[in-house]
Design a protein around this ligand. Structure first.
Ligand SMILES: NC(=O)c1ccc[n+]([C@@H]2O[C@H](COP(=O)([O-])OP(=O)(O)OC[C@H]3O[C@@H](n4cnc5c(N)ncnc54)[C@H](OP(=O)(O)O)[C@@H]3O)[C@@H](O)[C@H]2O)c1
Length: 309
């Protein structure tokens, strides 16, 4: 199942996110994911595993498990490369062993001090705060992203972690509209206004952290997991599905694309088996009431500045 982006290309509604997947795990994970049916992989220069993903992709293609044109590969421009968009994209392509990307995203709406193409450092200034480069506007970055499309390096371009105002601005200055805004959204952080604003203006929404980050974000950021919510446990029983499947199905039914990460083969299967049932409108309404406006991914914790304030 796929949605059609404003660029005309199709994007599968379930993808596998590879943040916090260790390099040595990737080969097995991607080969199993492809066998299960995954065609969409969500990567980023900052995940520091593009080279391993590239090796794994090459293997599954060479083994005849899948054709390049049937895959949908996303990667992201890191903050320190806003002034070096073309070089950064080429660096990612080289590591991923690809001729083109299906989707390239501006990872965060902030340019930081350049530390060398593809190094993805988050350099801090002397005061211990992220060294933000105030000389590069997001508009400049976006026009460089547009150049990638005309160069044939990228099929679609998009943004990530942009709020309504930044998305609105991007729509105003874009010659090529962002096809996607990839944002944190899950039942405890529904962001209905942002999701609906994007969708109304032709910007498809990918839900990152679609399971609320589960145990990983509890460990990294001390957050509460929506997978432990008793309402979801009740729904899982009712539909004879797991809590994760209910949460992902909810994401799909609100027309977002979901990219859950798992390093466990059984969970890869589980997270992909979300097309054989439908949540009733009554249950969609019930889940709507669980919203806590609760962000679980807090990269700014390491940057000495609250970028979301
Ligand atoms: N654009 C951005 O700034 C941004 C930010 C964050 C994430 N992302 C993207 O979104 C993807 C997903 O985000 P995320 O990994 O942070 O959060 P997530 O997918 O919501 O949650 C991942 C956590 O859920 C666990 N999990 C997976 N399937 C499960 C299941 N069926 N039952 C119970 N637990 C399950 C995983 O553990 P196991 O691995 O042990 O199964 C891991 O602890 C990332 O990989 C990345 O591609 C993008």
């Amino acid at each position: 199942m796929a949605i059609t982006l404003s660029s005309g290309f199709k994007m599968p509604v379930v993808g596998l996110g590879v943040w916090r997947v260790e390099g040595k795990e990737i080969k097995d994970l991607i080969s199993n994911a492809v066998k299960i049916g995954y065609r969409h992989f969500d990567c980023a220069a900052d995940y520091k595993n593009e080279a391993e993903v590239g090796d794994a992709l090459k293997e599954v293609i060479q083994a005849g498990l899948v054709k390049r044109e049937d895959l949908f590969i996303t990667t992201k421009l890191w903050n320190s490369d806003h002034g070096h968009v073309v070089e950064a994209c080429k660096d990612s392509l080289k590591k991923l062993r690809l001729d083109y990307l299906d989707l390239y995203l501006v990872h965060f709406p902030v340019a930081t001090r350049h530390t060398g193409v593809g190094t993805t450092d988050s350099a801090l200034a002397d005061d211990g705060v992220l060294d933000i480069d105030t000389t590069i506007s997001l508009e400049t970055t976006w026009h460089a992203m547009e150049d990638l499309v005309s160069m044939g390096l990228v099929k679609s371009i998009g943004i990530s972690n942009y709020d309504i105002f930044l998305t609105r601005d991007c729509l105003a200055y874009a010659k090529i509209k962002p096809a996607v805004n990839q944002i944190e959204t899950h039942p405890y952080f529904q962001r209905d206004s942002l999701v609906k604003f994007c969708q109304k203006h032709g910007v498809s929404v990918t839900a990152h952290t679609p399971l609320g980050g589960a145990a990983a974000n509890t460990e990294w950021f001390g957050t509460v997991s929506c997978l432990d919510d008793p309402v979801f446990k009740g729904l899982a029983e009712k539909y004879n599905k797991t809590v994760a499947q209910i949460v992902l199905r909810w994401g799909i039914q609100r027309n977002t694309v979901v990219i859950p990460k798992s390093s466990k083969i059984k969970r890869l299967e589980e997270n992909f088996q979300v097309f054989d049932f439908e949540l009733s409108q009554e249950d969609m309404d019930l889940i709507k009431k669980l919203d806590r406006n609760y962000r679980t991914n807090q990269p700014a914790k390491f940057w000495g500045i609250d970028l979301y304030a």
